[in-house]
Design a protein around this ligand. Structure first.
Ligand code: MN
Ligand code: MN
Length: 465
């Protein structure tokens, strides 16, 4: 179609993000779809931070990474991984430049909102065995009832050995469920606010209903469950005290839509950025700068704790790299740059009221860059500088990455944070960049395949700088 002068001017002067499929080639769309097949597998294999960490380490080992040994000297092109307590992982490829030029970091998190078991979880009531829970991260509690759940746990015995438990993921495995009230008797419940619709202490997981040896005695159903656990795994009720069990949705990742353009799954936040960051690190051959993908834990509860990015483990790791060349860690850290790889809310036409269209991320418009997150008057955010935004923007455009800007909803509608501020507080230039998600933090979240691929392309390009 012939363009009028006005159209030409608009093209030149307006900022107008487009659907990724209208910008990239048909063959690149195919590449993106192919990339997402690996991502779906990753989602199903790593539903907890422990499983994701193990999966990442397995992938790293298969791609020539070896375990990082503090004090060891590494040379350009060498690939190492650092395992922080089986819950967070750093993948690192040593660059050709001196470490004093700084490192390039992509930081994503591998923990997701879920329902944890309490330390003393098992009880019996009305011939039903149940687990008491304590939810982890920001969830809408009512969404976690009446869906099939699986249980993933690590039980540490007094002799120091660990028993890994995973029930509900295999096709013929039993599943678990948090019950909800039938609508017929929901009159009073309906008067509660949505937030209170299901209360924390009502998130009880049903795990059994038959008595031990079909005998009539007190707590026979509870005894039966403990007997099954003891027989199968060798642990007792007291061993729950030193265990971590997580209840997560039992369903698998799948394509969404007649056109298969999207993926529905538990845990996109933030595996949808973690997987691209891992793949970018695995594919980084002889990078110029030293590159790191940090796959961290505890983001959903505020990044506190020794496996979260509010701890010093990443800085300590960089200290070791600096020491290899005789530098102090801070000299390297202050010259480093980071892409904080985390998801943002995708504009949902069903709920437009909380979003501001001009500054929202849309699915299929590429990976979203968020200059700041936080809430209210930019509280609790690092707010990337215009200089760093300029650098990232040029990098993305030059590499043909489809991207957009995004803000997490209207100014006073709410808010959220990422690891960016903890990275920034170390004196590192950082900006948030990630995949827009529909139904974020729900047991089943939705993303666009093209956006997932664009995240990979962005991190790969960052590592090539
Ligand atoms: Mn996140
Ligand atoms: Mn989150």
């Amino acid at each position: 179609m012939e363009k009028t002068k006005i159209d030409e001017m608009k093209e030149k002067l307006f900022y107008n993000p487009k659907h990724a499929s209208t910008i990239i080639s048909e063959s690149e769309v195919e590449v993106a779809d192919g990339f997402c097949e690996g991502y779906k597998e990753f989602l199903d294999n790593g539903k907890t931070e422990r499983e994701a960490a193990a999966e990442i380490i397995a992938l790293a080992k298969a791609n020539g990474f070896s375990e990082f040994i503090p004090g060891e000297k590494y040379t350009a092109g060498e690939k190492v991984y650092y395992n922080n307590r089986n819950k967070s992982v750093i993948l690192c490829v040593i660059g050709k430049r001196s470490i004093i030029d700084g490192v390039k970091i992509a930081a994503a998190h591998i923990d997701s909102p879920r329902v944890d078991l309490k330390p003393n979880p098992l009880y019996e009531d009305c011939d039903m065995a149940l687990f008491k829970t304590h939810y982890y991260g920001g969830i809408k509690k009512y969404q976690w009832t009446a869906i099939p759940l699986s249980l993933h746990g690590a039980v540490v015995l007094k002799d120091g050995s660990t028993i890994n438990v995973c029930v509900g993921e295999a096709e013929d495995d039993p599943k678990f469920v948090i019950t909800d009230l039938l609508p017929h008797l929901g009159g009073e419940q309906n008067k509660r606010t949505l937030r209170e619709g299901i209360r924390g202490e009502e998130l009880n997981v049903l795990v059994g209903s038959r008595p031990f040896k079909n005998e009539e005695c007190a707590e026979a159903v509870k005894l039966n469950i403990l007997s099954i656990l003891y027989e199968k795994y060798g642990f007792t009720e007291a061993d729950f005290l030193s265990a971590e069990f997580e209840a997560v949705p039992a369903f698998k990742a799948c394509d969404i839509g007649f056109d298969r353009s999207m993926i529905g799954s538990y845990g996109h936040d933030d595996r949808v950025c973690a997987y691209p960051a891992v793949m970018a690190a695995l594919d980084a051959e002889n990078p110029d700068y030293t590159i790191m993908s940090v796959l961290t834990d505890k983001e959903e509860t505020g990044s506190d704790g020794n496996t979260g990015l509010n701890s010093s483990y990443m800085a300590y790791f960089i200290n070791y790299l600096a020491a290899m060349e005789g530098y102090d860690g801070y000299e390297v850290i202050r010259k480093s740059e980071c892409l904080s790889a985390d998801v943002t809310a995708a504009f949902d036409p069903t709920f437009p009221d909380v979003m501001e269209r001009r500054n929202s991320a849309f699915i299929n418009k590429g990976v979203a860059v968020m200059k700041y997150t936080g809430s209210g008057g930019k509280g609790g955010t690092s707010d990337a500088s215009a200089e760093f935004m300029g650098k990232v923007r040029a990098m993305l455009d030059n590499a043909g990455v489809v991207w957009q800007v995004g803000e997490l909803g209207k100014v006073d509608a709410g808010g959220g944070g990422t690891v960016a501020k903890y990275v920034a507080n170390l004196d590192i230039d950082v900006v948030d960049i990630g995949v827009p998600v529909l139904s974020m933090h729900a047991p089943f979240e939705t993303v666009s395949k093209l956006d997932v691929y664009m995240a990979y392309k962005a991190f790969s390009e960052f590592f090539k700088q």
